[in-house]
Design a protein around this ligand. Sequence first.
Ligand SMILES: Cc1cc2nc3c(=O)[nH]c(=O)nc-3n(C[C@H](O)[C@H](O)[C@H](O)COP(=O)(O)OP(=O)(O)OC[C@H]3O[C@@H](n4cnc5c(N)ncnc54)[C@H](O)[C@@H]3O)c2cc1C
Length: 181
Amino acid sequence: MTSDVAAGLIEPYLCDDDVDRIIKWTKATITRIQEYMAEGNPGAEEMSGYWMQSQKTIPKWLEVMRHVHFLSEDEMRVVAKRPEHRFGIFYTTLYLQPTTYIEWETKKFVENGGKLMKQRVENLQEVKSMGFDIIVNCSGLGSRELVGDREVFPTRGQIIKVECPKLKYFFIDDLYYALLK
Ligand SMILES: Cc1cc2nc3c(=O)[nH]c(=O)nc-3n(C[C@H](O)[C@H](O)[C@H](O)COP(=O)(O)OP(=O)(O)OC[C@H]3O[C@@H](n4cnc5c(N)ncnc54)[C@H](O)[C@@H]3O)c2cc1C
């Protein structure tokens, strides 16, 4: 499960082709994480930081972020680290440690009468024949085989945890990101 290893920054990255739907989902996600936080659960908090760009992009989903601020030339001189960092945006979003959150959602689901079955599904007809009214396909990369979705493909990602008390803000560019936690 990819969700179990994600770094957990809430940012609708590379999703601009269906932006209104993505904004709706992001708002719903933020509301849900706020409910999770309100119960005092671990691993979720606000996180502010810098997104450095080589080409200026102002995605519509920034409207969901807080404290959005386009960096001035003076700020860029301080924050930019590489020649490709030609534009910068500061904003505040949420960070969510996925493993503990998935445990919480699973518990809520079961408490509300949900039943869990763990098995490999070869095709959706197999699930339909079990008599469910609604089937939600959230098989991630498995969709390639399950429903022949060739638009889904794996990309490389590696998280390295380092001790760095100096880091106070997240830092994202086209190739890397550094998050707090
Ligand atoms: C290192 C790394 C860091 C990342 N950091 C971030 C981040 O900071 N922020 C962010 O938003 N995203 C991040 N991502 C991306 C994010 O993790 C994924 O986009 C997300 O987890 C995908 O979730 P999903 O539910 O679609 O798929 P998954 O979490 O992969 O879940 C799919 C599930 O379907 C099951 N499945 C598949 N096929 C079948 C089948 N035939 N029968 C039964 N079950 C099946 C799988 O076993 C799995 O449990 C990161 C990814 C990586 C690898």
